[in-house]
Design a protein around this ligand. Structure first.
Ligand code: ADP
Ligand code: MG
Length: 298
């Protein structure tokens, strides 16, 4: 599976420039699209899923163009939108059986086999007889993922799989997605840095429709090497210091505070260097783009 995107633009009716010249290649593994709300994640995913036409540029899935060659892409695709509907009164099994019918799996034996397989893959087999309305958010999300897996897709696109879930459920969904990786391409979007750290082989950072980073999570962390600092401050100093620096965290240390600051050089005589994490690196890249006025260039 190979996805090639070149100079992709999307301008919506009304003029919002949601993608501004995205180029990237994705091969097997889990690709995490990270970016704040409104950065263009859903737009890019819908274009790759052949549900939305780009304004300019090309996107190909295994050499099939998303504009002119939709059918072969749809055959290898599983897509789960952020807000998908399930039938509350159906059981998990009935929901999936119905989805399998819509997927055109006509033979009842094959349908049964497909449903059994996706239930096993998503660890939902024991809940097959539960009604959808009795499931937690995380379990519903797993039913959605099961549904997207029905045609054994080589390309699985999942929009914000962890949004709205509690921390425990989020961890389960992350590990499920990591397990489902392997031979296929999974593209997931998130605005939560920890989702990427736990699941993605590669990460793309989108901000105001621009791709600011495209590499491994380890490389992402290393972009902040030597640029993260800790400063012990008095609570009274906080307000002034806050205005001067880019913060990545504040921690209480008794009656003093330890602040985590992003800066290319030692920002303060009391600042001590510390190891970067992914959150630092992400904030730094976003902040740099903001300061360069990236979002203002039409
Ligand atoms: P994300 O998924 O990262 O939150 P989106 O792709 O949904 O970002 O949105 C990117 C930008 O495009 C936002 O400014 C959003 O308001 C705008 N947008 C999204 N969908 C539409 C639409 N159907 N019509 C007009 N503008 C849209
Ligand atoms: Mg979105």
């Amino acid at each position: 599976m190979q996805i090639e995107v070149e100079d992709l633009h999307k301008i919506y009716d009304g003029g919002v420039h949601a993608l501004r010249g995205i180029s990237l290649n994705i091969t097997n593994g889990v690709y995490g699209l990270l970016g704040p709300n409104g950065s263009g994640k859903t737009t890019l995913m819908r274009i790759l899923a052949t549900l939305l036409l780009p304004t300019k540029g090309t996107a190909r899935v295994d050499n099939h163009d998303v504009r002119s060659d939709r059918l072969p892409i749809r055959r290898v695709l599983g897509y789960l939108p952020q807000d998908f509907g399930l039938y509350p009164n159906l059981t998990v099994w009935e929901q999936l059986e119905y989805a399998a019918l819509l997927c055109d799996i006509k033979d009842p034996a094959k349908r049964r086999q497909a449903v059994e397989q996706v239930l096993a893959e998503t660890n939902m087999d024991i809940f097959a007889d539960r009604r959808i309305k009795t499931l937690s958010g995380g379990m519903r999300q797993r039913v959605g993922i099961a549904q997207a897996l029905l045609n054994s897709p080589q390309l699985l696109i999942i929009d914000e799989p962890t949004s709205g879930l509690d921390p425990e459920e989020r961890i389960r969904i992350r590990s499920l997605l990591a397990e489902l990786g392997g031979d296929r391409v999974i593209i997931l979007s998130t605005h939560i840095v920890a989702d990427i750290a736990a699941t993605a082989d590669r990460v793309g950072i989108l901000h105001f429709g621009e791709l600011l980073f495209d590499d491994t999570p380890e490389q992402l962390v290393s972009t902040a090497q030597g640029k993260v600092w800790l400063i012990d401050v008095d609570k009274r100093e906080l307000a002034t210091i806050k205005q001067e620096y880019v913060f990545s965290g504040v921690f209480r240390k008794g009656d003093r505070l330890e602040i985590r600051v992003l800066a290319d050089e030692q920002p303060h005589p009391k600042a001590r260097p510390t190891e970067p994490n992914m959150e630092d690196a992400y904030l730094r890249i976003i902040e740099e783009h903001r300061n360069s006025g990236g979002q203002l260039n039409a």
